[in-house]
Design a protein around this ligand. Sequence first.
Ligand SMILES: C[S@@+](CC[C@H](N)C(=O)[O-])C[C@H]1O[C@@H](n2cnc3c(N)ncnc32)[C@H](O)[C@@H]1O
Length: 320
Amino acid sequence: MEFSHKPVLLNECMEGLAVREDGVYLDGTLGGGGHSSEILRRLTTGRLIGIDRDGEAIAAASVRLRALQTDGQPRFDALRGNFHDAKELLRGIGVEKIDGALLDLGVSSHQLDEGARGFSYHADAPLDMRMDTSQPLTAAAIVNEWSESDIARVLRDWGEENWAAQIARVICDRRKAAPILTTGQLVDVIDAAIPKKLREKDGSHPARRSFQALRIAVNDELAPLEQALRDIASLLNPGGRLCVIAFHSLEDRVVKNTFRSLCNPCTCPPSFPVCVCGKRATAKPVTKKPITASEAELAGNPRARSATLRIIEAIGSWNQ
Ligand SMILES: C[S@@+](CC[C@H](N)C(=O)[O-])C[C@H]1O[C@@H](n2cnc3c(N)ncnc32)[C@H](O)[C@@H]1O
């Protein structure tokens, strides 16, 4: 299957990153290499490092990006791994500092569209949902092996699912007879757990929240995100920008709060006339409000509807 993914908020990200031709840039979510292609086009003597935990993404993006290196300059490295480990991964190839970084969080259209990966409630496939297919934990393991209370917690915390307890109960009931092994079976279970007349009125699929929750749990997407953002921000040279695109409110909240704390870490009570806590800002906001997709972009890419882009700029030495 061809790797297809339309980069979201592409112009806004390029403007936000303000790529310097001789700079060093990190794309922590390489995917199909859409954003990376545009970064690479702007480099002459600079360097781009792309990270993805999905081997298929690394392979597809590497082919696409290497084709852009017509002058043979070694300006692009692809690293298979987790951007939560960006500091160590970059150190491993001798990169200590960068001039900008981009994170386009979540799954790619390719991962969603490739039914066999089990991310989509529209296609019947094995209940997998791993971005990194070498990791042991799958959605099937959570659904069939975790306790009812742990499943309910995942659905509530990571899916903000009002019917979390009921869905967890029906899952545990059904799995007594036979394991739930496919996305189709899970959709049927969720369908049975949510009373038809009490479903969300916005027309969204009844399984949307549960699938989001399981995907976040399988890929451990949220808990390490704050530290990952701090680590990547700490790699930035002064003036370097960090651009992050989030696709749901839980993710965006972590980005917003982490950026706020990097830009204003002071913990002194507002009544203090001067700061005594000694915590100094290491970044400043570039965007006061999150950037969202234009009507023109939405017309060509409905997936951009839930995207929010936030940007900060490093302002000095890092001591946190
Ligand atoms: C939305 S897509 C990125 C698309 C890319 N910007 C493009 O234009 O083609 C997200 C990609 O990030 C990867 N990903 C998500 N979380 C990751 C993480 N913590 N570490 C490394 N890669 C991650 C996914 O495997 C997926 O390929």
